[in-house]
Design a binder for this molecule. Structure first.
Ligand code: KG4
Ligand code: ZN
Length: 333
């Protein structure tokens, strides 16, 4: 009945969670608001905020789970990918905690953990399943063969889907992170108002940088014609952008399902919180006869519950690491 402390610090969320025998008992997420006015995550500020938040966040996770720190059997932490200075805070904390308490240390790949978030709650997908993992830094199509054996079928050649949302939001004058705001405006707008181009990318890879440029030129041109274009058409622009990003993602997902013959299909990562993507994958699943898996909102964006769950499965496999482990800014699944 392992009790695992999970630590996540790869970007701008400091998070700690406790799992008891694979059940999440607490999941505390401290958001960093300091980045808002800069229009993106400032790595140096993120590391400092992690330093300030990590101890109170872990203490609260232990309190909320109603356990004592002596009960913890192992500590799992995000080793990468992510911002090195941010990862160093979680890694150093986890090492110190494991050393002081003389318990095993478990390293976790953040992108695998996003996928393993599907094992936090029932219903869990059956292996093999396809997962579209879409976050601020990554866009990946993954064939998940078991908890830690995953094949990367395709990925973005440039910007990630979350980046496409966030960069578009910046063009539209919305604050960071813009993804959730585009989602909100899109719900009031017409997705067919402005047909943005679909990039032609071979195979199962993605590209979003051309779309971003097309949106920038479109907005500049419209504003020349009508100075208050954005004020009067924001909902329609957001709905059209979201609809295009979602169609790019779903077309590749459909192709991957066709090519692999796999009909258990999941989405994961921050962008899987997007209502257009959630509704779109459910509708497509009905049409294609897929069994579709979508994580609860709090397990889509960065959280330590997914790290604790990944840690739980590694604990069962006795996959531990030594004190010489170092974080990795780049870390393939
Ligand atoms: O997985 P995540 O929390 O962090 C990374 O590992 O990157 O993903 C963050 C990304 C951001 O780009 C954010 O704008 C996007 O997920 N996001 C959304 C929504 N909620 C979060 N994008 C579109 N619609 C949403 N509702
Ligand atoms: Zn993430």
């Amino acid at each position: 009945m392992p009790v695992i402390l999970g630590i996540e610090s790869s970007c701008d969320e400091t998070s700690a969670a406790i799992s008891v025998n694979g059940t999440i008992c607490s999941n505390i997420i401290a958001n960093q608001t300091v980045h808002e006015r800069f229009g993106g995550v400032v790595p140096e500020l993120a590391s400092r905020a992690h330093q300030q938040q990590i101890i109170p966040t872990v203490e609260q996770a232990i309190r909320d789970a109603k356990i004592h720190k002596n009960d913890i059997d192992a500590v799992a932490f995000t080793r990468g990918p992510g911002l090195l200075g941010s990862l160093l805070v979680g890694t150093s904390f986890a090492k110190a905690f494991a050393l002081a308490r003389n318990i095993p240390l478990i390293e976790v790949n953040h992108m695998q953990a996003h996928i393993l978030a599907h094992f936090i709650e029932e219903p869990v997908p059956e292996f093999p399943f396809l997962c579209l993992t879409v976050s601020g830094g990554h866009t990946q199509l993954v064939l998940v063969k078991n908890h830690f054996e995953m094949d990367l079928l395709g990925q973005t050649l440039d910007d990630a889907a979350g980046e496409a949302f966030d960069k578009t939001a910046k063009i539209l004058g919305l604050p960071y992170p813009g993804g959730p705001l585009i989602d909100l405006h899109a719900q009031q707008g017409n997705p067919n108002a402005f047909p943005f181009p679909e990039p032609q990318v071979p195979g199962l890879d993605f590209s979003f940088s051309g779309l971003k440029t097309a949106i920038l030129y479109f907005v500049q041109q419209k504003q020349k014609e009508q100075a208050d274009f954005l004020e009067t058409h924001l909902d329609d622009v957001c709905a059209s952008v979201q609809s295009r990003i979602v169609s790019i993602l779903l077309n590749k997902l459909q192709r991957a399902a066709f090519e692999t013959g796999v009909s258990h299909v999941a989405i994961a990562g921050g962008v899987s919180a997007n209502s257009g993507l959630r509704n779109g994958v459910v509708a497509l699943g009905k049409e294609r006869g897929w069994q579709v898996f979508i994580p609860r909102f709090e397990y889509c964006t960065d959280n330590a519950a997914m790290i604790a769950i990944a840690g739980h499965y590694k604990y069962l496999l006795h996959e531990f690491v030594g004190q010489d482990v170092a974080p990795l800014a780049r870390y393939t699944i």
